[in-house]
Design a protein around this ligand. Sequence first.
Ligand code: DON
Length: 577
Amino acid sequence: MYLTKSVLLLCLFVSPYLHATSPPAPKQTAIYSNMSIHHPVWAKQAMVSTQEALATQIGLDILKQGGNAVDAAVAVGYALAVTLPRAGNLGGGGFMLIYLNKDQKSIAIDYREKAPAKAFRDMYLTKEGKVQKQLSRYHGLAVGIPGTVMGLELARKKYGTLSREKLIAPALKLATEGIIVSPDLANSLNNAQPRLSKWPSSQTIFYKEKGKNYQVGESLKQLDLANSLKAISEQGEKAFYQGEIAKKIVQSVQQAGGLITLDDMKNYQAIEREAIKGDYRGYQVLSMPPPSSGGIHIVQLLNMLENYPLAEYGFNSAQTIHLMSESMRRIYADRATYLGDSDFVNIPIKTLTSKSYAKKLVAQINPDKASDSLDISAGKIAPYESNETTHFSIVDKWGNAVSNTYTLNFSYGTGLVAKGTGILLNNEMDDFSAKPGTPNGYGLIGGEANAIQPNKRPLSSMSPTILLKDNQPYLVTGTPGGARIITTTLQIILNVIDHKMNIAQATAVPRIHHQWLPDYIRYEQGISPDTLMRLKAKGHKLKMQATMGSTQTILRNESGVYGASDPRTPSALSLGY
Ligand code: DON
């Protein structure tokens, strides 16, 4: 490892100011090396990393105005509903993992969507038992009871310090005055047109007359959404769950054939849960518990991979990829069998996250030969769909950290805007197992544990994650990407801890993914052909596919805070002060 001159200068510059406002940060200098091509954004005290530049700026403004990381997260959550309509949302749900530095306390807020009370197990099956994918994806029946507004309000009331009005104001302004359409937004609206313009309530907002697309540089106003934000700003979550907005959502969903009722809306609650905890090579790992599968499986993967000298094997060497893939295929087999909403099913969390169970799985892995997923368990193969979710990470000057992932599920969810609200509705019901053994939109197989039941939450892969070093936030990360969320988050951790990359480098380098079924390693462009040959020789099937994930990561240590927004997403940005 080489220290460049600029880094030494940076350390000299920073040191007198360290610890001015926050407890001591982990003692590990950011890894600057003249081997790195990519470098993170550095700031002295605080950082915001999101998938969209305007939202990042809003989060930063809130921090500069004295808000804490939770305040900034709430403002960013509302802002992304305006600026990143394909994934930011009021009509979806997600998870927020908070670490309060002074109290050394973690909080996992579950604001995942719920199945309506009238939902039932076979609601997507024909009489002959065939799954009708259209119904769980692009129909009123696809919509789960939204959780985002309740989740953001719970976070703000309990852990924030600023008023609702103040935190919603920037989003309200952008919805009212309009946002400039970026190439990223223009492209995504263009791609989504067939789905969105099917619904007149969506068509009128996201497309100009006669279905013409917005061009780059034009202004997109969302006036109905502005009215909804105003009502929430004035009356709080009640406006969404019991007022006019609730009525309009119920009306639109029912007109589209769905089951959500006013009672469903009124009864929705966000839930504080205990984070999943693990440790990896001296770092404490905090991540999301069920109904996300993310935390359990990230800890399980780390427990397995801890048994190997990955640093010695080398980043993305054939041996490292082989061991990662073999571990991944096993945890996805477990996911299909054991995971669901823990309020409805018993999940063997202790076993799944234990070091001894990991050792048993590791013992099955042949270092020289790929396994066959069908020997591990049975299932069918499904294609991947295009999709979108969004993650943001925030660290404030006190060292509090927020890691938040939320979603409409697919890009723009069902594509249906609840008429008169400007609010896009999710298609999260597709994350349930419509029929055991039949894959969902991400090719994920689900079992009995993730079958549909009234008021149950569909199983998720979203994995907002925080690593601590000596009880201080060290790494705050997460990503969208459906099934790839767990493996992408894992690779950020391995790249930083094992392969000693700075977080920008850790973010940019090519990723791989294996999810048990379909039985192949999916990889990004940039893995060496020689490595691929070696993997083939071990018996792996391999497919190069589109890039995976959009990680938003912050690393905090004694020299400051470092942000890295995934270069795979054109509009992503990290900013700090
Ligand atoms: O909760 C889940 O696991 C999925 N609904 C997430 C969808 C997603 O990440 C799509 N993004 N790329």
